[in-house]
Design a protein around this ligand. Structure first.
Ligand code: B12
Length: 224
């Protein structure tokens, strides 16, 4: 048992290192190992891929890595999640809910949103990603058209956070607010901002967003 634990620890650390080194081939090899040897894939994602990407983000923020490197890291993690996807889904909500997501008007930051999209899609949610700089009108139109259970609004600028509020106000005006659970995210956003603008929740990263979504969906079922 001890050996199994050490082996898992080894895989986990190796994935973190390979993501930081942007060693695509090595990440692929380790992911395959995880699948073949039936290692807990949630752990491969949470403690391996995510930690690696977070550390890469820290290097980026302290000027020790550059944007193309951060983006390559995101791509490697995204591809890995795609490979893991068919092997997951026993302990997560699978195909039960649709997430409509986008970065609000005036904002073109999409790395974080893409991670959220990838992780939700890896966790078997159906994801409709509207991209960046999405107008309030388009969010409303798509909620009407797609009937998502969840709406994710990303904003990375203090000047665009206010557009999260505008989307929620527009949905309320259109009589659609109660049809959808709204989660917001992005670096300047917080739980108190979520309350202030009448969102259903805030999550600081993709994995807490999954937990939050599951909670919200559960509370929805209880209500019915
Ligand atoms: C990369 C980057 C850019 C890139 C964006 C590339 C891209 N394709 O996204 C480029 C160079 C284009 C850019 C442009 C600008 N940027 Co910029 N950018 C950044 C930087 C350095 C990193 C952002 C990032 O990708 N982080 C990595 C990802 C993984 O993290 P994340 O986005 O936070 O996402 C996570 C969570 O927030 C959460 N999350 C995110 N979205 C969502 C959504 C939901 C629903 C949920 C639940 C969770 C969630 O989960 C994610 C995964 O864990 C930040 C610095 C910072 N500290 O954030 C500045 C930063 C955001 N940018 C800033 C600025 C000012 C700008 C510009 C105005 C610069 C300029 N003068 O032109 C422009 C704005 C362009 C525009 N109109 O949008 C400021 C914002 C300041 C502010 N408070 O408003 C920052 C904070 C830099 C700074 N310290 O000044 N930027």
């Amino acid at each position: 048992m001890e050996n199994v634990g050490m082996y898992i620890e080894y895989i986990r650390n190796e994935i973190v290192a390979a993501v930081i080194d942007l060693n695509e081939g090595r990440v692929e090899e380790l992911i395959k190992k995880g699948i073949d040897e039936q290692i807990d894939l949630t752990m491969v994602i949470n403690d391996g891929l995510t930690v690696g990407l977070r550390k890469l983000g820290d290097l980026f923020q302290t000027g020790k890595a550059f944007l193309p490197e951060l983006m390559k890291g995101v791509t490697i993690v995204h591809q890995s999640l795609e490979k893991l996807k068919p092997h997951m889904g026993k302990d997560v909500i699978c195909g039960k809910a649709k997430l409509l997501i986008g970065t609000v008007a005036g904002d073109i930051h999409d790395l974080g949103k893409n991670i959220v999209s990838s992780v939700f899609s890896a966790a078997c949610f159906e994801v409709v990603d509207l991209g960046v700089n999405v107008s309030t009108e388009l969010f409303v139109e798509k909620v009407k058209e797609e009937h998502p259970e969840l709406l994710g609004l990303s904003a990375l600028l203090t000047t665009t956070m206010v557009n999260q509020r505008k989307v929620i106000e527009a949905l309320t005006k259109a009589g659609l607010r109660d049809n959808v659970k709204i989660i917001i995210g992005g670096a300047p956003v917080s739980g108190s901002w979520a309350k202030m603008i009448n969102a259903d929740g805030f999550a600081e990263d993709a994995f807490s967003a999954i937990k939050k979504a599951e909670q919200l969906l559960k509370s929805n079922q209880n209500r019915i």
